[in-house]
Design a protein. Structure first.
Length: 836
C-alpha cells in the first residue's frame, strides 16, 4: 500500500482542556478585535447584531484552530472515516451550542456582561440554519454532533441552499410563506474552500468507442457542466478534541465551459447561464416525505452526489496518494464509509461506479465490490408517496451514462441474484427490478440502495421490522443479514444542556458525572422520583420554563395563557399521518363539553401547536387554518373561564423548539400506528420531563419500554389492528354514525360557528374523514384518545404522581442519546475507530 509518509509521533496535544481554560479577559479581547478590525463597528449603532457577529467570529477563530488540529490528527492516525450524505441538515443556531460544546459558555457570558450584554439575549440574534424540513434533517444534525463528541472522523455533505425552509406567518389564520434569508449578510460560521471546487458534467450523449484490446468503452460527452463550490461549517464536539466539518455545495456556472459564449460577445447570455446554474442550489424543496418528481430537484440531487463523491475521492487521494492501480481501491474500502440518508442521495452509487470505471479504469466486478462495501442506506419511511421513483426518460436525458450503468446493475441483479432464488420467475423479476415498467417506466431508487448497500437500516425497532416484513420482504429473503435496525437518538447537548439550563443545573448538582456525555447516568434520578424535595425542585423548574414560554406566546401571538394550565404540545411537520386533526377534533370535543357544562371538572389546558405545511399540501394548510379558527373562537369565549386555550405558534423551527420543549407537560405523539418511522421530538420532550400521550408507533414503543406503562399514556390501534381494519375495508362512516360526540364535532365544522359568515370553510376536514375514507383512522382512534386524555387530566391533578412521572421520563431517556445511535452505526455498519 502506498501512503504518504507518516510522522512517527502524534504531536497534537489534547486541546480539550485548552479551550476550557481560555480566560474571560482573552475572550473579551478576541471579541473586541473583531469589533474593531473585522466589523469596523461604530459603537452605538445597532449594537446587538454587531456583538453577536463579533462573538461568533471570535469563537470561530478558536474552532478553526481546533478543526485544523483535528484534521492533522485524523490524517496521521489514518482512521477510517464516515461520509454522511444528506440533502437536509436542520442545524438551528450555532453560537450557544458551540459555546457549550467548547466549555466556554460561562466565561463568554462573563466577558459579555462586562461589555453590557446578556449572552442568552445575543444568541437570539443568530438566524437558524434551516437547511432541512423536519426529523430527517434534524437527525443528521444530531448525528454530526455525536460523531464529533465521540471523536470519530466524519464529514457531513449537504447542499448550500441560498434559501432554507420558508418562513411561516399567518394571515387571518392562513399560512403565508416567505423566503428564508439565513445568509443575507453572510454567516460567521462558514468557510469557503474554492480550492476544493468540483466540475460536474450532465446532459449530452454516450459514444461507444472500440478499444485496442477489443473491448468497448463508453465515453460520455456532457452537454453542460456545473461548478460546485464547497462551504465548510465546523462541527464542534462536546467536551472532546474533535471538530469535524459539514461541507455544503453551492452551484455556480462553470466559467471555463462558457468561455466561448463570452468570446463570441454574448455577454448577457453568458450571465444567463450563471443565473440558470445558481438555481440548482437556490432553494430547499419544502416537501417533507413527498416526492414531486421535478427535473430541478433531480439535478440538485445529482449535483450534490457528484460533488460529494468527487470530493471523497480527492480527499482519499490527497491522503493516500494517487490511485492509479486497482489494488489501491482495497484501501479505499478500508478507509471510507458512505451513509445515504434516505434515498435522496442514491445517485452517489452510480456516480462512484461511473468514476471508478470511466476515470480510474477499475473493472466492473471490482467497482461493484467497492460500492457494496462502501455504501450503506438508512430508510426513514414506509409511506408510498415518499418512496422516490425517477422517470427513466428524465434519467436518460440528464444522466445517460449513469442510466446505462444502472441497467447493467439491474441485469446482473435479476439474472444472478433473483434468478438463483426464484428461477425463471417473471413476477419476482418485475417486483424486484430497479425499473418499474408501465406507461412511464421509472427507476426505483430504494431498490438500487438495497441491492447495493451492505447494510440497510430502519430508524426504530418496529419500523425496521416493518421494512423487513412489508416493504422489502423479498430482499430480506435474498440477503438475510442485510436489513437491520438503528434506533434514532437526539443530542442531549442541544436538547437539554443548552435549551434547558435550569434543569441542566439541577442535574449537574444531583448527578456526579457528565450526564450530557453519558446520558444513562440520568437513571440515578429514579431513586429521587418519589422524593418530595426533589419533586418540588423539578416541578419548580418546569413552572419557570412555562412562565418563560407564556411570555413568548404573548409576544408571538398576543394570547394570554396561564402557567398553571397543562401545557400540551404537538410540534412537528403538518401531515395527515401525524394527525394534528385528531388533536383538533378532541379540542373541539372538550370545548363542546365545556359549553354544555361550564363547571366541568378539569385542569385548565393550553394546547400548543407548531407546524409548517408544505406549500402545495392543500389539506395540511386547511388543518392549520381550521386550528387557527377554532383557537380564535375558544380563546375569546368567556363562558369557558379560561379552562381551554389553543395556541398555534408561527414559524416553528429548531430555535422555537428549544423554547417550547423545556416548558411542555404533555407530548402529543399520536400518529397512526405503522406510519411514523421513529419520531425524535418524542425523545426531546420526554427528556425534558414531558409525559407522552401516544400510539404504539415508531420510537414511542421503545420510550414506553424504557419508562414503563405507568409513566406514559398509550392509546389507539396497534399496527396489526390497523392492518386488520384495512383488510376488512375500514368504514369511517360507522364511527360517525355510532359515536354521537364524533358526529356532533364533525357537523359543527360544517356550520359557520368557527368562521362567521362563511359556512363550509372547514368542511374539507370532515370530508377527508368521511367521503375521503379517513386513510389515517382518526375516527377509529378518537374514543380511545379521548379516554387517554381523561386519564391524563386525572393524573395531572395529583401533583406528586405527576411529578414522579415527569422525573422518570427524564431519568429513563438514556437510550435515546444520539451517541448511542452513532455507536450502533459504528459497530454494525461503519466499523470506525476513534481518533483523539
Ligand atoms: F420520507 N422523515 C423526515 F423518509 O423528516 F425521507 N423527512 C423525510 O423526508 C423522511 C422521513 C423520508 C422522518 C420520519 O418521518 C421520522 O419518523 C423519523 O424520526 C425521522 O425521519 C428521522 O429518522
Amino acid at each position: 500500500m502506498v501512503t504518504k509518509t507518516k510522522t512517527s509521533t502524534n504531536t497534537q496535544s489534547s486541546t480539550k482542556n485548552k479551550t476550557q481554560s481560555i480566560t474571560v479577559a482573552e475572550i473579551s479581547q478576541r471579541i473586541e478585535h473583531h469589533l474593531k478590525f473585522t466589523l469596523d463597528e461604530q459603537i452605538n449603532v445597532d449594537q446587538k447584531p454587531a456583538y453577536w457577529r463579533a462573538t461568533s467570529l471570535a469563537l470561530n477563530d478558536i474552532i478553526v484552530e481546533k478543526l485544523q488540529n483535528t484534521k492533522a490528527r485524523q490524517q496521521q492516525s489514518e482512521v477510517k472515516s464516515v461520509n454522511y450524505l444528506s440533502l437536509e441538515y436542520l442545524m438551528g443556531r450555532l453560537l450557544s451550542n458551540n459555546l457549550h460544546n467548547l466549555g466556554l459558555y460561562t466565561n463568554t457570558e462573563k466577558a459579555l456582561k462586562t461589555m453590557g450584554f446578556e449572552l442568552a439575549d445575543l444568541c437570539e440574534q443568530g438566524a437558524d440554519l434551516a437547511l432541512g424540513n423536519g426529523g430527517l434533517g434534524r437527525l443528521a444534525a444530531c448525528f454530526l454532533d455525536s460523531l464529533a463528541t465521540l471523536d470519530y472522523s466524519a464529514m457531513g455533505y449537504g447542499v448550500h441552499y441560498q434559501h432554507g425552509l420558508f418562513k411561516q406567518s399567518f394571515a387571518d389564520g392562513q399560512q403565508i410563506e416567505t423566503p428564508d434569508m439565513w445568509r443575507e449578510f453572510g454567516s460567521p460560521w462558514e468557510i469557503c474552500r474554492p480550492e476544493s471546487s468540483q466540475t460536474i458534467p450532465l446532459y449530452g450523449h454516450i459514444e461507444e468507442v472500440a478499444q485496442a484490446n477489443g473491448t468497448i468503452k463508453s465515453v460520455w460527452h456532457a452537454g453542460k457542466t456545473l461548478k460546485g463550490v464547497p462551504w465548510d461549517v465546523p462541527i464542534v464536539g462536546y467536551n472532546s478534541d474533535t471538530v469535524n466539518a459539514l461541507r455544503l455545495w453551492e452551484c455556480r456556472a462553470d466559467n471555463a465551459f462558457d468561455w466561448d459564449t463570452f468570446n463570441h460577445g454574448d455577454y448577457l447570455q453568458a450571465h444567463q447561464q450563471q443565473v440558470a446554474a445558481e438555481t440548482v442550489s437556490k432553494v430547499l424543496y419544502p416537501n417533507d416525505e413527498h416526492e414531486a418528481g421535478k427535473e430541478l430537484r433531480f439535478v440538485q440531487q445529482y449535483f450534490f452526489c457528484a460533488c460529494s463523491v468527487q470530493d471523497i475521492i480527492a480527499r482519499f487521494e490527497n491522503q493516500y496518494g494517487a490511485l492509479a492501480e486497482q489494488s489501491h481501491w482495497q484501501t479505499f474500502c478500508e478507509k471510507v464509509a458512505i451513509q445515504l440518508n434516505d434515498t435522496h442521495p442514491t445517485i452517489a452509487i452510480l456516480e462512484l461506479m461511473r468514476t471508478l470505471i470511466d476515470n480510474h479504469n477499475v473493472d466492473w466486478d471490482n467497482a461493484w465490490a467497492i460500492c457494496q462495501k462502501v455504501f450503506a442506506y438508512t430508510n426513514h419511511t414506509l409511506l408510498p408517496e415518499a418512496l422516490e421513483k425517477w422517470s427513466v426518460a428524465l434519467f436518460q436525458r440528464v444522466l445517460p451514462r449513469h442510466l446505462s450503468i444502472l441497467y447493467r446493475i439491474n441485469e446482473a441483479f435479476l439474472n444472478d441474484d433473483v434468478n438463483a432464488l426464484w428461477p425463471n420467475n417473471d413476477d419476482m423479476r418485475a417486483r424486484l427490478s430497479l425499473i418499474e415498467e408501465g406507461h412511464e417506466p421509472k427507476v426505483r431508487m430504494a431498490h438500487l440502495c438495497v441491492v447495493t448497500a451492505h447494510r440497510v437500516n430502519g430508524v426504530a425497532q418496529i419500523h425496521s421490522d416493518l421494512v423487513k416484513q412489508d416493504l422489502f420482504p423479498e430482499f430480506d429473503q435474498l440477503w438475510p443479514t442485510k436489513l437491520t435496525n438503528v434506533t434514532n437518538g437526539i443530542t442531549p447537548r442541544r436538547w437539554l444542556k443548552a435549551c434547558n439550563p435550569l434543569l441542566a443545573n439541577l442535574l449537574d448538582s444531583t448527578i456526579n458525572a457528565d450526564w450530557a456525555k453519558d446520558l444513562n447516568r440520568l437513571s440515578e434520578l429514579k431513586h429521587l422520583a418519589d422524593n418530595a424535595d426533589f419533586q418540588q425542585q423539578f416541578m419548580a423548574i418546569k413552572q419557570q420554563n412555562k412562565i418563560a414560554l407564556t411570555k413568548e406566546i404573548k409576544k408571538l401571538t398576543g394570547i394570554t395563557v396561564s402557567p398553571d394550565a397543562i401545557f400540551d404540545v404537538q410540534i412537528k411537520r403538518l401531515h395527515e399521518y401525524k394527525r394534528q386533526h385528531l388533536n383538533l377534533l378532541h379540542i373541539i370535543s372538550l370545548y363542546r363539553q365545556l359549553l354544555a357544562n361550564p363547571e366541568l371538572d378539569m385542569q385548565p389546558r393550553v394546547f400548543i401547536f407548531g407546524a409548517k405545511a408544505a406549500p402545495g399540501y392543500k389539506l395540511a394548510k386547511e388543518i392549520i387554518y381550521a386550528t387557527n379558527k377554532v383557537a380564535e373562537k375558544i380563546n375569546n369565549d368567556i363562558r369557558i373561564q379560561d379552562k381551554l386555550k389553543v395556541v398555534f405558534l408561527p414559524n416553528y423551527r429548531v430555535s422555537l423548539a428549544e423554547k417550547i420543549i423545556p416548558a411542555a407537560d404533555v407530548s402529543e405523539q399520536i400518529s397512526t400506528a405503522g406510519k411514523e418511522a421513529s419520531g425524535t421530538g418524542n425523545m426531546k420532550l420526554a427528556l425534558n420531563g414531558a409525559v407522552t400521550i401516544g400510539t404504539l408507533d415508531g420510537a414511542n414503543i421503545e420510550i414506553a419500554e424504557e419508562v414503563g406503562d405507568d409513566n406514559i399514556f398509550i392509546f389507539g390501534l396497534t399496527v396489526d389492528e390497523v392492518k386488520a381494519l384495512d383488510a376488512q375495508d375500514y368504514n369511517s362512516y360507522q364511527y360517525y354514525q355510532n359515536n354521537a360526540e364524533i358526529r356532533a364535532c364533525l357537523d359543527w365544522l360544517d356550520t359557520d360557528y368557527f368562521t362567521p359568515g362563511n359556512p363550509g370553510e372547514l368542511s374539507s376536514i370532515k370530508e377527508s374523514f368521511l367521503a375521503g375514507g379517513d386513510p389515517y383512522k382518526v375516527l377509529a382512534d378518537f374514543q380511545s384518545y379521548a379516554d387517554a386524555q381523561l386519564a391524563l387530566d386525572k393524573a395531572y391533578r395529583n401533583p406528586s404522581q405527576w411529578a414522579k412521572m415527569a422525573i422518570l421520563n427524564t431519568a429513563l431517556m438514556g437510550k435515546f442519546n444520539s451517541d448511542r445511535s452513532i455507536e450502533d452505526y459504528v459497530q454494525n455498519i461503519w466499523h470506525l475507530t476513534v481518533s483523539k
